[in-house]
Design a protein around this ligand. Sequence first.
Ligand code: BG6
Length: 496
Amino acid sequence: PVEPCTLVIFGGSGDLARRRLIPAVYNLLLDGLLPAKYAVIGLGRKPMTDDEFRTMVREGVVKHSRQALVQETWDAFQSHLFYIQGENEDPQTYHALRAKAEQVERDMHLPGNRIFYLSIPPSSFASVCEGLAHSGLATSADTAPPYSRIIVEKPVGRDLASAREINEVTGKVFDESQIFRIDHYLGKETVQNLMVVRFANSIFEPIWNHKYIDHVQITVSESEGVGTRATYYEEAGALRDMIQNHLLQLLCLVAMEPPYSLDPDVVRNAKMEVLRCLRPIVGQDVAQYTVRAQYAEGTAHDQPVPGYRREKGVNPNSITETYVAVKAFVENWRWSGVPFYLRTGKALPKRASEVAVQFKDIPQILFNANPAQPQPANVLTLRIQPDEGLSLRIISRVPGTRAQTHPVEMDFQYSDVFGCPSPEAYERLLLDVMAGDASRFMRRDAVEASWDWVTKILDGWAQQKLRWLPEYPAGTWGPVEAERMIQNDGRNWRML
Ligand code: BG6
């Protein structure tokens, strides 16, 4: 059940609010999933009236909404949108916000349930949490209802120490049950399907282990370069931006033990176990188990792309990585000796994300006409985006008189079977917060465990004292070093 609520967005005039968050709320309305009573209050630095905010949001919805703008619903929707200008660091902001929230809640007969969305840099989290507590805007978990919940956008820190600091700061004001740390990959339809494929089918789980699986590849490939986000990205890089959260969460879903129920904490405990089992990559090992690189000048979508160090806002001597490949091991009974190859990068040939589970080779006794070319192995691929779906590569006989075999794909596409487009990740996740369901959010211990693993790699990299990173031309599949890393194991990256 979703109770009436007020959503307050810090960073309300920013990109995320305009492109993703408010269009997500609008789509929930179109799909009849919002409670009858709700309000959205944007808070930002930019001075704007409610009406100006509505006009800005309208443009965002027209450009970025999954479903087209319908004038009638828009008219109803916009009367639920409000704006207030303020600095996050200024205590006055919170008194003004409280007055505005109370007025809106009175006018719209809302019960005072509040969700605070922190779509702002982590350096402001402390001020916001203190402001919310001192002004009485936020209620504690003990006194609810009405409830107060807080949504924390990434990055939750830049290493283990800073992540702990953020968790301390938010934890002083909010109970863990009130904190929703977002990883939007967990809201993607296909990512949610990972658990269903594994645990709602009888054929996969018995072979989901080191006896039958050769290795797993998790790829999140992006075709765009750094775009307008250089200031953020320069400080982050691909390891912090993608591996620490999205790819490690995918790895957890592939590797976790079956949870005994879908209770949020039971699922999150199962994922946490995986993070605990990750073999640390420390010191000199980074050279063997990780590859980092930067895109150089190249071509994407038939357009010339400048090298990363020549992008606007990027330090010409930057050693921020735009590509990472990691060979990870989950050291438990199930996954003993099975490598998990993770790779992600910007300015690669296309936008495509997938999880591919490659099974062991069969004994090459019966059908290998050419011993130099063994039969390809079975691969189960879960396509996260685009062409959301799942496919299984099996070997079939080629019709005819010669005993020839050929790999074929058994393929399922969401769009063919279910027709309607899936809800966007942010729609699913905002609705979860309204319903108080934390299953698809990161618990404090998981955030810290992933940062712990990632920070060790960062420390190893720092010890290398590199002045330049290996490069790959924009529009290609990454550096030769990454090819070498997997080829040294007698394997290849999948062609996407
Ligand atoms: C974000 C990263 O978390 O995920 C971005 O900060 C990245 O750098 C984005 O582009 C990718 O998300 P999606 O949903 O487009 O795959």
